[in-house]
Design a protein. Structure first.
Length: 115
């Protein structure tokens, strides 16, 4: 069995796309929006140093992607291949859907706040 199934690869691509969109929104905000604030307390202290903020957010997103891929591969190596839902499938799809939901709330919240 390959390290990642087709479904898992597609889910990871969707997750990476959503993470890049989130990074782009945060980068634009910290660079060009004077009233930009970060909701995550771990990164909020870096808002006044934009390049460090962008680097920290990007590194965190890379670490999360690496962790999700590692967990997926680990599950794939330990579960039977004839099961409908593997732990790796659940991890990948939940991560992609969770990130999509978070982006939707972020965008909807900003539209409401701007209006």
């Amino acid at each position: 069995m390959p390290l990642l199934s087709r479904f898992q690869k597609y889910s990871l691509v969707v997750l990476a796309f959503f993470m890049l969109v989130d990074l782009a929104i945060s980068s634009w905000g910290v660079l060009f929006a004077p009233g930009f604030t970060e909701a995550n307390a771990l990164f909020a202290r870096l808002v006044h140093r934009p390049l460090e903020f962008i680097a920290a957010i990007g590194a965190a997103k890379l670490a999360v992607m690496a962790g999700i891929i590692a967990a997926t591969v680990w599950f794939n190596q330990r579960e039977r291949s004839d099961e409908d839902w593997h732990g790796g499938d659940i991890i990948c799809s939940t991560a992609a859907m969770g990130m999509g939901a978070m982006l939707l709330v972020l965008l909807a919240g900003n539209i409401v706040l701007i209006s």
